[in-house]
Design a protein around this ligand. Structure first.
Ligand code: NAD
Length: 478
């Protein structure tokens, strides 16, 4: 059977890799290989680096308003093709179509937001100590950038890097995940058709370790932006240190949820069940450690199980499905390991899901109660549809337990008390705190982690700032 080969995009041309190697792309709902992706050779990567270097020299001088028009046109194209691209995304990634369509709408909205914000990369004039001196602070694009992106938001992770870099005046080489290349290629075509000049955007695929090592070693690239796991973040940061490249690290999380005694339990449960099973739990901000006040513990568990039992698992292309498959078979083994470890340490299963027979990497939700904080599921990012629940008694106790891990991405609290809102917002050690809801990422709000969840931000003015550097021009009047 011949399948489509998704090409590389280098210097304005779509091409197969020089070595002719490809990686199969698998539909996680059927286990069918339905396309493959071209692998970049070292020569292809050098072409991309040279193209990005050349293109940067002209793109940085294109007026911000014109760059905004190009990125804005890309946003319109993404929005216009959202249903078409969403089908590719669902086939590669497994998430239900409605989620895929929502993600593509986010891509369009974020591109539009960055396009406009690129016009506001303001510098400033600093009053001088001498009447003859004028001091101007300029904001300039940092240079050719590198973007490495995870498969869990195949559209969003890639678009945030492209739109920010281009709006700031940088060129970029993006390395999307090889599990989800079709979505990235479809988005790149929108930018190409919007009028992005050759070399300003390049997309490469292939073995991640070799590609990142080669690209990051190059002095041409001035910036690394990774959306991925914490171990890969540490590796890429070490590589980037050789040439002192600036990094934005969007890494893993392990989000605590605190349900206080005065929470609106029905609304909390609705929000948390929806957030937990988004992309089958494979979301960096997914609620993953459920701390519930002992007075609401039994009601919370009952309500969570009841709601979860109404969800349908299946192929995301079916509109009635609310939970798709995991991305690979291996992730199911990891889920089994977490559950076995937790039960061996005394946790009890209250909703027994797990693997399903037949094709597809499906894994039904598992809800566990009385999970000790030492269980692996409470310390390692689970990235799947597992729900460990544990009771707590006091504010200080739960904050200490919530903050006990090296991660610090998202965190959530549910309470109706204004003073608890203020105290918990201050106390949680995380880049995002969601109170009484779980929406912690919009195009205009900064999104990023602290501690081993990374540093820097995407979206918001901080997201544009990540691709800008500062230059002082001080002029003595003669
Ligand atoms: P990953 O770290 O394995 O891969 C991410 C990117 O790094 C991909 O482009 C991949 O090709 C590349 N990569 C992978 N292994 C590499 C290696 N050895 N050397 C160099 N590059 C390598 O992550 P993943 O499994 O694709 O994604 C899941 C992780 O991403 C989770 O930890 C999740 O929390 C995190 N994530 C974080 C955010 C955020 O914004 N903080 C968003 C989404 C996902």
């Amino acid at each position: 059977m011949t399948t489509e080969i998704i090409p590389l995009f280098i210097d304005g041309a779509w091409r197969t890799g020089a070595a002719g190697d490809t990686i199969p792309v698998v539909d996680p709902a059927t286990e069918e290989v339905f396309s493959s992706v071209a692998c970049a050779s070292a020569g292809d990567l050098d072409l991309a680096l040279d193209a990005a270097a050349r293109a940067f020299l002209s793109w940085k001088h294109v007026p911000a308003a014109e760059r905004a028009r190009v990125v804005g046109r890309a946003a319109d194209l993404i929005e216009g093709r959202k249903f078409e691209i969403a089908r590719i995304l669902t086939r590669e990634n497994g998430k239900p179509l409605a989620e895929a369509e929502g993600e593509l709408q986010f891509c369009a909205d974020a591109s539009r937001w960055y396009a406009e914000e690129g016009k506001r990369a303001y510098g400033r004039v600093i009053p001088s100590r001498s009447p003859d001196v004028r001091q101007i602070v300029m904001r300039e694009p940092v240079g050719p950038a590198l973007g490495f992106a995870a498969w869990n938001f195949p559209g969003g992770n890639v678009t945030l890097k492209i739109a920010a870099a281009l709006s700031a005046g940088c060129s970029i080489i993006v390395k999307p995940s090889d599990e989800t290349p079709g979505t990235a290629a479809a988005i790149a075509r929108c930018f190409e058709e919007a009028g992005v000049p050759a070399g300003v955007l390049n997309v490469v695929f292939g073995p991640p370790a070799e590609i990142s090592r080669h690209l990051i070693a190059s002095p041409i690239a001035k910036k690394v932006s990774l959306t991925g796991s914490t171990p890969v973040g540490k590796l890429l940061q070490r590589q980037a240190a050789e040439t002192l490249k600036r990094c934005t690290m969007e890494l893993g999380g392990h989000a605590p949820v605190i349900v206080f005694a005065d929470a609106d339990l029905e609304r909390a449960l609705d929000a948390l069940v929806a957030a937990k099973f988004r992309n089958a739990g494979q979301v960096c901000t997914s609620p993953t450690r459920f701390f519930v006040h002992e007075s609401r513990y039994e009601d919370f568990i009952r309500g969570f199980v009841e709601r979860t039992q109404t969800l349908t698992i299946g192929n995301g292309l079916d509109r009635t499905v609310s939970i798709g498959p995991l991305i690979t078979s291996r992730r199911r083994e990891l889920m089994d390991g977490f559950v076995q470890d937790a039960t061996a340490r005394g946790a009890r299963i209250v909703l027994d899901g797990g693997r399903r027979d037949g094709k597809g990497y499906f894994y039904a939700p598992v809800v566990l109660r009385d999970v000790p904080d030492e269980a692996r599921i409470m310390t390692e990012e689970p990235f799947g549809p597992l729900v460990p629940v544990t009771p707590f008694a006091s504010f200080d106790e739960v904050i200490a337990r919530a903050n006990a891990l090296p991660f610090g991405l998202a965190s959530y609290a549910f309470t109706r008390d204004a003073s608890t809102v203020a105290r918990v917002s201050d106390a949680l050690d995380a880049g995002q705190v969601g109170i009484n809801h779980t929406s912690v990422h919009e195009p205009e709000t900064p999104f990023g982690g602290v501690n081993e969840s990374g540093y820097g931000a995407e979206s918001g003015i901080e997201g544009l700032d990540a691709y800008l550097r500062t230059k002082l021009v001080t002029t003595l009047a003669l």
